[in-house]
Write a protein that binds this ligand. Structure first.
Ligand code: ZN
Length: 258
């Protein structure tokens, strides 16, 4: 399988393209992680969307994506995957728009209008694995450690394919050593971990800083890929990345999983 990182900036960067695609070539399926607006450039090929939280740079294109998938007969019904509380927040945000849209396009004038009209919804939680039937072999695991993004729910995930962990992913989580341990697992494992580095200095209420990540042990830094770097900090953060054996997600565009 192949990872494609199609962008990495944060919500304050014009044209933020914070999107990762995992292409499971052997079964012809694709998982998108996050859904900024430009996810719609890739809509035909995406079978499932995993999102971490409902900020614009993470779900700004999701409503359009779901509508297009629903109303275009040439497009397939997608899976939508998120932590239970993040899914609830997204539902509350979009339900009025969906209600209006649904009533315009259907003779149905009553009944429950729900997000699962548009997608098969999978709510993840730390005590059970989530198997996604739209991508056979795909399992999403959510670390036990909970995370908040300011007042909002966010999450980190472990992505498994055919029983093997292939990726750890953190979307806008505050630095937390327990979470980091869960994402990396044991020393000797080889799967990459993509972690946001949304700020420079520690003690941020919404993000992990590059200074916290450079302090991780080398065996973790060797597997660590940084994304979600604000444009204004990019040069500064790249200097740290280059000095600390870490990787920028731009280098992951053609990452081939062994
Ligand atoms: Zn963000």
């Amino acid at each position: 399988m192949r990872f494609k990182i199609l962008g990495h900036n944060d919500m304050f960067t014009y044209g933020s393209e914070n999107l990762t695609l995992i292409e499971f070539d052997e079964i012809g399926k694709t998982l998108a992680i996050e859904a900024p607006y430009h996810i719609n450039k890739h809509i035909e090929n995406i079978d499932a969307v995993l999102f971490t939280h409902i900020d614009t740079d993470h779900v700004g294109g999701l409503e359009t994506f779901l509508f297009r998938k629903y109303f275009d007969p040439n497009l397939t019904r997608p899976a939508l995957i998120a932590k239970d509380s993040a899914m609830y927040e997204f539902t509350k945000t979009v339900e009025l728009t969906m209600l209006r849209e649904r009533s315009c396009h259907s003779s149905q004038t009553h009944g429950v209008i729900a997000l699962d009209t548009y997608a098969d919804c999978y709510e993840t939680c730390w005590w059970k694995d989530t198997k996604v039937k739209e991508i056979p072999g795909l399992t999403i695991r959510q670390p036990r450690k909970q995370n908040e993004h300011g007042a909002m729910t966010t999450s980190a995930f472990l992505v498994e394919f055919n029983g093997e962990t292939i990726l750890g992913y953190s979307g806008d989580t505050v630095f937390d050593t327990m979470l980091i341990e869960e994402l990396f697992g044991m020393e000797g494992l080889t799967y990459p971990v993509i972690h946001e580095a949304g700020t420079v200095y520690p003690d941020h209420v919404c993000h992990t800083s590059i200074l916290e990540l450079v302090g991780l042990p080398k065996w973790m830094r060797d597997r660590l890929y940084i994304n979600h770097i604000p444009k204004m900090f990019e040069e500064w953060i790249n200097m740290w990345i280059n000095n600390c054996d870490m990787h920028h997600v731009k280098e992951l565009e053609y990452y081939e999983h062994q």
